[in-house]
Write a protein of this length. Structure first.
Length: 303
């Protein structure tokens, strides 16, 4: 049945071209086939339909009444195909429609309000559904267009594009500092209460740089939490020292509610990536979002 339908579509396309050109010769040139092949396809269509579609004479080619009716339907079908193609093209080219995004909780809480307002101002036809979660979503299975993730994924069906490098800071509250031993080097953290992020591998293995020297310490963390926001709250409450992204605690450092520890030592920066499924061609709305986020963070870093 499918084969018959496919054949009929091909024959109908040839018929419509012949009818519009008024000539098998001209239609064959347009279709890139021989005149005899075009004539054969129309004859096969007529046999399938059980009617003559043309009055054939040596000088003129005219449509029968059945041919006129069939041509009208062919032209309607061609118009619908053209409209469908234009609709798909519009989706590809117009920055409009729904974008489904998933981001980590700490990132979302700090940045997404400003980002969404700026995105809305620049692209008023966009709609955004934002998932803020500690758990990584399956982009393809759950239907997300884009995610912000920490660390490169290297997934064969996903694209990972660097977004921003987030500096980690070792911090504690003044109250925690006051009741803890003097901190001179990373090794002294062994005597400190520490808060670790269980989202990452080797959560209690902290590595510091000082110049070209590496200093690693395996801290004792009685509290291991998979959320930066909760770790920040615990640090503010004096529960211990924590390695937190600077973007999350900049205000706390400025107000003195948290203080930087071991300032001569640095922690590795945490790379954040834009992650999205491979789609060819890539929808215009996704291209626009990727460029917008990349530019937004580049300008923020520049300031």
């Amino acid at each position: 049945m499918m084969e018959t339908i496919s054949q009929q579509v091909i024959w109908a396309n040839t018929f419509a071209c012949v009818a519009e050109q008024g000539s098998f010769t001209l239609a064959a040139e347009i279709l890139g086939c021989s005149k005899s092949y075009a004539s054969k396809q129309v004859s096969q269509l007529e046999n399938l339909l059980g009617v003559d579609l043309f009055f054939r004479t040596t000088r003129k080619l005219n449509l029968t009444e059945a041919g006129k009716v069939y041509l009208a339907h062919c032209q309607s079908w061609q118009a619908q195909v053209s409209a469908a193609q234009q609709a798909v093209q519009a989706i590809r080219e117009e920055v409009a429609g729904l974008l489904r995004i998933t981001v980590p909780t700490s990132f979302g809480g700090v940045f997404m309000s400003q980002i969404l307002m700026a995105l809305r101002e620049q692209y008023p036809m966009l709609e955004v559904e934002l998932d803020v979660s500690r758990e990584p979503r399956d982009l393809e299975a759950d239907g997300y267009d884009l995610a912000v993730r920490s660390g490169y994924l290297g997934h064969e069906r996903l694209v990972s594009r660097p977004l921003v490098s987030a500096q980690l800071c070792l911090v504690a509250s003044p109250a925690c500092i006051a009741r803890s031993p003097v901190l001179v080097s990373p090794a002294d953290l062994l005597a400190w209460p520490c808060l670790a992020n269980s989202h990452f591998r080797d959560t209690c293995h902290w590595v510091f740089n000082r110049g070209k020297e590496l200093h690693a310490v395996d801290v004792r963390a009685e509290l291991r939490i998979s959320d930066y926001g909760l770790l920040r709250n615990l640090a503010l409450d004096g529960a211990g020292a924590a390695c937190l992204p600077y973007y999350l605690i900049a205000g706390d450092l400025a107000s003195g509610q948290l203080q930087a520890l071991l300032p001569e030592y640095s922690l590795p920066a945490q790379s954040l990536y834009l992650v999205y499924p491979q789609r060819l061609p890539q929808p215009a709305k996704l291209r626009a979002l990727i460029d917008f986020l990349t530019d937004w963070f580049a300008n923020k870093a520049g300031h």
